[in-house]
Design a protein around this ligand. Structure first.
Ligand SMILES: N[C@@H](CCC(=O)N[C@@H](CS)C(=O)NCC(=O)O)C(=O)O
Length: 212
């Protein structure tokens, strides 16, 4: 029923939003997406949105009568409350492998290329140089780590939270930062394969934008 639907506050181009959108999709959780424009009108900076997410960033998810923020806390909540299909491997070693990849994206790349950083740089050129450097370095780290874990997906043959982090970040690297990912063959292979999966086709930023 409509009133039971979760509400995802997100932006079509936001990589963190895409992680959560994909998790909701994979778990078959009905939700309504409400756009918070973080580029043109900076709606994330309003006091109204601050009441939803004190960090004034997307995403935020209203579900089960609670408002949750931080994409990985949100997806972990979804894992805890809706365990099927599992997005976390079964063994401790594979879980650790997944978390290594997740951390590289969530802590090592995304915060260092977030558009919110731009105002803190004297020029756009300096911001761009900084973001491209850290994104490229993070992609190299992913490429190296994936040698130990990848199968059909980032960790073995199961879609996990690592894939939910990889696809949006690589999409960003290619689209926003114009990085050449062909020098990262494993990252490229997984990215191309994952983009063909139903979950990533249906939650793709271009699809979300076309519905706005
Ligand atoms: N650690 C947070 C990061 C959230 C984040 O940085 N969101 C970006 C979009 S991907 C944002 O809202 N940027 C706008 C801003 O910082 O003003 C999460 O994973 O949810």
């Amino acid at each position: 029923m409509a009133e039971n639907r979760a509400i995802l506050y997100a932006f079509w181009l936001s990589s963190c939003s895409w992680r959560v959108r994909a998790a909701l999709h994979l778990k078959g959780i009905p939700f309504e997406e409400r756009s918070i424009d973080i580029v043109k009108t900076n709606q994330q900076q309003t006091e109204q949105f601050r009441a939803i997410n004190p960090a004034q960033k997307v995403p935020a998810l209203v579900i089960d009568n609670v408002t949750l923020v931080e994409s990985m806390a949100i997806v972990q909540y979804l894992e805890d409350t809706r365990p099927e299909p599992a997005l976390t491997p079964k063994t401790p070693v594979l879980r650790a492998r997944m978390r290594e990849l997740v951390e590289v994206v969530v802590s090592g790349i995304q915060p260092l290329q977030n558009n919110g950083l731009q105002s803190q740089f004297p020029t756009t050129e300096q911001y761009t140089k900084f973001t491209r450097y850290w994104t490229d370095r993070g992609l190299q780290t992913l490429e190296d780590l994936l040698q130990k874990s990848a199968g059909e997906y980032c960790v073995g043959d199961q879609i996990t939270l690592a894939d939910l982090c990889l696809v949006p970040q690589v999409y960003n690297a290619v689209g926003r930062h114009a990085l050449d990912i062909s020098k990262y063959p494993t990252v490229s292979r997984l990215y191309e394969k994952l983009l063909k999966e139903k979950v990533f086709k249906e939650t793709h930023p271009k699809v979300i934008k076309s519905k706005m």
